[in-house]
Structures are given as C-alpha cells and as structure tokens.
Design a protein around this ligand. Structure first.
Ligand code: DX5
Ligand code: ZN
Length: 229
C-alpha cells in the first residue's frame, strides 16, 4: 500500500490518540507495540532527537526500522534534529509513513517538505511554542500535516502550553480539510478536549499513556473524551 494512503485513513477519524514511544520500555519493544495495537491506536508517534536541535538525545533509524518490522501501524516520525533534509531518505528507507520536520531547523521548509513528498511519504511541519503560524503560512500548501507543539520540543512530561490552542484555531481556518492538524506535548485527560475542540485531529500522548499501568485503559479513556467534544 502506498504510504501516503495512510494519510487518507487518518483523515477519516475525527480524532486519534497517537502514543509517543519516548517513554516506552525499549527493552520490550515488541510487547509494548502489541499492547498499543490491542489498545486500538491508529499510528505510532516516534520522537527522534539529536542532542543539538534539542538538548535531549533519543534514537534514530534503527528504532524506526525495528518498529517497521514489528507492526503495520503507520509510523509518524517527528524529527527534532538539525538539517533534517540530510536524513529524509534514511528515515524513508527505515519505514516512516509521515516525516515531520521542525520549521526552526531549516532555512527553507518548503524544499524539505517537497523532498518528503517526492518519496510517497506524508510531509509534516512542526512549530515550537514560540514560532508563529504566520512564519509557516507560505508552506502550508506543501504540508500533509502541521504539528503544533504544546511544549518546547525535547522532553516528555512537560506541562501543556495553551498558546497551542490559539495556533490550532488559526491553522484550522488556513488549511484545507486534507491537512492533518496534530498537537504534541502535555496532552492528557485535562487538555485533550480543548486540543480537539481547537482543531487538532491527531493527539500525541506520552506520559498520560506510558505512566499508566494499563495502556488500553489509558487510550480508551482519552479516546472517550475526544468522542464527547
Ligand atoms: C516532546 C515530544 C513528545 C513527548 C510527548 O518533544 O515530541 O512527543 O514525548 O510526551 P508528553 O505527552 O509526556 O508531553
Ligand atoms: Zn513528538
């Protein structure tokens, strides 16, 4: 199946809770992924950090590739790295279905987005809390997904920054209905409904799933909240 086909499937759901694997048990990756599949998640969100664009360092292609071997779920790869253009082919080869780069990490996001799209891959553009929507307005037509960070990129477990809600509302007016809006950082039982109401369709969740004893319960509870917006 074409990888961009996953975008069509994701667009169909009014809201989807995507687990960020940052806090999962990488010693038991297969078990973790099976639990998430059993919980009914629609994609996995993978946070790649290079210790330069953000102070934290996580993982790269090998983990993306391991996830690819373990599951057919779409892989939503969030690159928090400098010069992401240099690694697009490698993340594509590792099995990414959506590759999201940070606007702050490149001179010209349009070129990088076009490179991603050339490869039958969903192209995403992320903005940190201090980056304005206006600064990426020219590139929106090249985005399959816009990721609004509701924390400063770099670490899980931070508090939600409400500035993201205003940006989501503005973006909702600016993009067509083919563009997915995603929010990431501090999304939990208290904030998820506001995110969805503001226009986010993909809701990335780390601690509010992985710090809970039962992933299925956590995903169900969060998903149920989105159904009542
Ligand atoms: C932060 C990452 C997030 C993070 C989410 O830079 O992009 O995906 O892991 O974790 P929580 O939900 O704990 O904020
Ligand atoms: Zn992320």
């Amino acid at each position: 199946m074409s990888r961009r086909r996953h975008l069509v499937e994701l667009r169909k759901a009014p809201a989807a809770v995507l687990p960020s694997l940052l806090l999962c048990d990488f010693g038991n990756l297969e078990r973790e992924i099976r639990q998430l599949e059993a919980a009914g998640v629609r994609a996995l969100h993978l946070d790649v950090m290079d210790g330069q664009f953000v102070p934290n360092l996580t993982y790269g292609m090998p983990i993306v590739e391991a996830c690819r071997r373990l599951t057919d779920l779409p892989l939503d790869v969030h690159l928090m790295i400098k010069q992401p253009q240099q690694y697009i082919q490698q993340f594509y080869d590792a099995g990414a279905d959506i590759i999201t780069i940070h606007a702050e990490a490149v001179e010209s996001p349009g070129d990088a987005l076009a490179q991603i799209r050339d490869r039958d891959c969903g192209a995403g553009l992320a903005i940190n809390p201090n980056t304005s929507v206006e600064s990426i307005e020219d590139c929106l037509s090249l985005c399959d997904l816009v990721l609004v960070m509701s924390v400063e990129a770099g670490f899980g477990g931070q508090s939600f920054q409400p500035v993201a809600l205003e940006k989501l509302r503005v973006l909702k007016q600016l993009v067509d209905d083919k563009t997915l809006l995603e929010v990431d950082g501090g999304v939990n039982g208290k904030t998820i409904r506001d995110c969805q109401a503001a226009g986010a369709q993909l809701l990335v969740v780390g601690s509010a799933i992985f710090r809970e004893p039962d992933y299925r319960d956590a995903v169900n509870q969060l998903t149920n909240l989105t159904l009542t917006v």
